[in-house]
Write a protein that binds this ligand. Structure first.
Ligand code: GAP
Length: 471
């Protein structure tokens, strides 16, 4: 199925995300705050599924990676050692004409980003770390930072984890958690936010094996994206040139995705040498040496770091899943109004053409074609009519049976066609309808979100069938 990821406008996507409970502007009732977002019921599940898939593949299914959950606020020396206090800056200018504040390296050539002529101040460095104070006294001594990345919590705990993990190098420490950056211009919906979540692995290797492990992780990570529904043709690699690398790094590859606003980074995979551990050793006075019992060598391990953003992956999945198509109207399909089982009338959906009205006898359907692995709800259960207690009772029984195995949703409100459409927009792969035949022969209809085709099968067959379809 071809996707229209290049074509969905962020406004259209944002409107669906609000309507179906994926993403809301944070504190919307107070007018919002730029660069911060809330995830609604469907968005919270989507993010959980992304994080669970990452954790399963990076930690649970591997012998050589363990997990960590470190604090958001670390000792301020952490950020001196990491180089963030000194160097985590973007160049910033003020425009005296529009009074806007902009990132100097992202300005259009001629006009101010607001559209008119510009009159910029000299660029100055702006540190992206959010500052806070620990304790009752607010002064330089109590200043701390909200972490701008989860990675440093891992480096700072390298010794403690080594002592308990019974691991030998090569091995990794993984962490998922919030990170905060006071971005000068948050933009492209959730793509560049001020609060976001990272999924980072620090994979410690023997010096000299960096390149081989870097190649390994680039390949692994590219494969993983395909398992969550981002197809290879929309994924790209940006390989850093030597002169673009940090002085301590030997390689870096960004995994990029074709967003509607351009091909942009989802994840960076960097071979960072021993820079981080060496700096923490220097600043803390604690040894970061590893003793290799096989070779009797002592060394500071080198690190390969795949570092991904949950919110960017969620946005990519939302863009990829968003599909608009034309489906025969109920009347044209000879079915009761509001019944969306039209493809069985022999006319399959056709891709919608942007800006054009549907042809005669068709109407627009919006459907989120999530991979079942990340879909917020896997199966929805509907009684055909809500005012028939026998149908409702049977539907609740089927729902209770299924929800113990999969995230399921029960909906009895509104015409059945409209209930299907709601689930199409949430991206629920399967819908089950309990009708009057169910009461006679214990069969139900199972509707496929993408083809809208329905098959009839016994209630007792449902768990096995869904297990097969959702695997
Ligand atoms: N420890 C390395 C590190 O933090 P990064 O490239 O600055 O590297 C890693 O960040 C990932 O975190 C990015 O690839 C992106 O997915 C996510 N990320 C970074 N800044 C972000 C922002 N302002 N909003 C959303 N995600 C962001």
């Amino acid at each position: 199925m071809s996707s229209n990821t290049k074509h969905v406008s962020l406004d259209t996507l944002a409107s669906l995300c609000k309507r179906r409970g994926f993403i809301f502007q944070t504190s919307e009732i107070y007018g919002g705050i730029n660069g911060f977002w809330d995830y609604g019921p469907a968005g919270a599940e989507l993010k959980r599924n992304i994080k669970d898939a990452w954790w399963r593949s990076m930690v649970q299914n591997r012998d050589d990676v363990v997990g960590l959950d470190s604090a958001i606020i670390q000792h301020p020396r952490t950020w001196e050692a990491s180089g963030h206090v000194e160097g985590f800056t973007d160049p910033m200018v003020d425009c005296k004409k529009c009074k806007g504040r902009w990132r100097a390296d992202q300005l259009p050539d001629t006009k101010c980003p607001q559209g008119g002529p510009h009159d910029y101040t000299e660029a100055r460095k702006f540190n992206l770390m959010f500052e806070t104070y620990v304790g009752a006294i607010h002064d330089e001594n109590s200043k701390a930072y909200l972490r701008p990345e989860t990675a440093q919590g891992i480096f700072a705990q390298f010794g403690n984890v080594m002592a308990v993990a019974r691991q030998k190098i090569p091995f990794g420490i993984a962490q998922i958690g919030k990170a905060f950056r006071n971005e000068i211009n948050p933009r492209n919906y959730t793509f560049r936010s001020r609060e976001f979540e990272q999924m980072e692995l620090e994979f410690f290797v023997k010096p000299g094996t960096d390149q081989q492990w870097h190649e390994y992780w680039v390949a692994e990570r590219l494969k993983w994206y395909q398992t969550i529904g981002l197809p290879a043709e929309h994924l790209h690699q940006y390989v850093y040139k030597k002169e673009e690398l940090a002085h301590y790094a030997s390689a870096c590859v960004d995994v990029m995705y074709d967003f509607p606003f351009g091909t942009q980074e989802l994840e960076g995979i960097a071979a960072r040498g021993d820079f981080d551990l060496r700096r923490h050793q220097e600043y803390s006075g604690k040894s970061m040496d590893y003793f290799d019992q096989e070779t009797n060598e002592k060394f500071i391990p080198h690190v390969v770091e795949p570092s991904a953003g949950v919110d960017r992956i969620a946005l990519a999945i939302l863009c990829e899943a968003f599909t608009e198509e034309w489906v025969p109207t109920a009347e044209a399909a000879g079915q009761p109004a509001g019944n969306a089982t039209r493809s069985i009338a022999g006319r399959p959906p056709i891709p919608a053409e942007a800006g054009k009205p549907p042809p005669q006898g068709y109407e627009l359907r919006t459907v989120m074609r999530f991979s079942p692995r990340v879909a917020p709800v896997k199966v929805a259960v509907f009684p055909l009519l809500k005012n028939k207690p026998e149908l409702v009772e049977k539907s609740r029984q089927v729902f209770e049976m299924l929800r113990s195995r999969w995230p399921a949703f029960y909906d009895q409100t509104g015409a059945i066609g409209r209930r299907y459409r709601r689930q199409d927009e949430v991206g629920t792969p399967f819908g089950i309808t309990i009708d009057f035949d169910t009461l006679k022969d214990d069969t139900v209809t199972l509707r496929d979100r993408d083809t809208m085709k329905q098959v009839r099968l016994g209630v007792s067959e449902l768990p096995a069938k869904l297990g097969e379809l959702l695997s």
